[in-house]
Design a protein around this ligand. Structure first.
Ligand SMILES: C[S@@+](CC[C@H](N)C(=O)[O-])C[C@H]1O[C@@H](n2cnc3c(N)ncnc32)[C@H](O)[C@@H]1O
Length: 261
């Protein structure tokens, strides 16, 4: 399983020579501009997240690793009563606050915290937790899933969207299939590791953890969740135009899991 390699800096942790930049805080302004301009991957992820949410009326929901609050605001707009967004990056939380709230009838609060501990939050405080496009960015998956379980009430739900580990793997390469359609080749899928995209305009230049799909699913099971439903979304129109590959293979894997016991 890919836990945090000691040699790699995480935002508040030890710094490894040569691989400490950029952090999420470093690219927070760029990330906010990207989402504000309209991003095909993010609108695909958000639509998928929304499709997995139960009825939010009266619910108190935590949006984990919320970034500049894209999904947090969507939870409020979808009818949740209290929405809290949390992220370890102060720069991201500052941007989220600037986007404002409340939205709809819900109040939105933003808190700086580490998803691996969630020390700000009491046990069983939430009806639901969401995590959009961030489990791959969190060094210790088991710690984050354990903290998520702890802050959920019994039978509370956890809705997550991750980059599809079978297709967004570090050594993935886009090619043309025999019929001319875009396809993808993967090598070293089993090699779980931290990696950083070399694309200077890419989200994944901030670094993320490649883990196999079974690591994610077993992590949920180990943490005491039962899977309710899973999804592999088709691309939004914008994403299909930007990246036709994602009409052939799913860009994301998503699911809703329920806290048992
Ligand atoms: C790709 S962004 C996703 C943000 C947001 N959920 C969205 O959909 O736009 C990943 C986020 O994970 C946050 N993050 C990474 N490690 C974290 C941790 N240990 N605890 C809390 N947030 C973390 C980063 O600061 C960043 O805002």
């Amino acid at each position: 399983m890919a836990s945090a390699p000691r040699s790699v800096r995480d935002e508040d942790g030890a710094v490894a020579a040569g691989d400490d930049r950029p952090s999420w805080s470093d690219i927070a302004g760029w990330y906010d501009d990207l989402l504000t301009a309209g991003s095909g991957p993010h609108e695909t992820a958000l639509e998928c997240l929304r499709s997995l949410l139960p009825d939010l009326r009266g619910a108190t929901v935590l949006d984990l690793a919320c970034g500049q609050g894209l999904a947090t605001r969507a939870l409020a707009a979808a009818g949740a009563e209290h929405v809290i967004g949390t992220d370890r990056s102060e720069a991201m939380i500052e941007l989220a606050r600037r986007h404002g709230g409340p939205v709809g009838g819900a109040d939105i609060t933003y808190v700086v915290d580490d998803a691996q501990t969630l020390q700000t939050f009491e046990d069983s405080a939430f009806d639901g937790v969401t995590c959009q496009l961030a489990l791959m960015d969190i060094p210790d998956l088991d710690a984050a899933l354990g903290a998520t379980r702890r802050v959920l009430r019994q039978d509370g739900w956890f809705v997550f969207v991750i980059g599809h580990p079978c297709y967004l793997a570090p050594d993935a390469a886009t090619i043309r299939g025999p019929d001319g359609r875009p396809a993808v080749t993967i090598t070293n899928y089993f090699g779980e590791r931290f990696w950083r995209s070399t694309n200077p305009d890419g989200v994944r230049r901030a670094g993320n953890y490649h883990r196999t799909l079974s690591t994610y699913l077993n992590g949920l099971i180990r943490a005491g969740f039962a899977l309710d439903v899973v999804a592999e979304p088709k691309p939004s129109r914008r994403l299909a135009e930007q990246r036709p590959l994602y009409e052939q293979v799913p860009i994301f894997f998503a699911g809703r899991a329920i806290r048992r016991g």
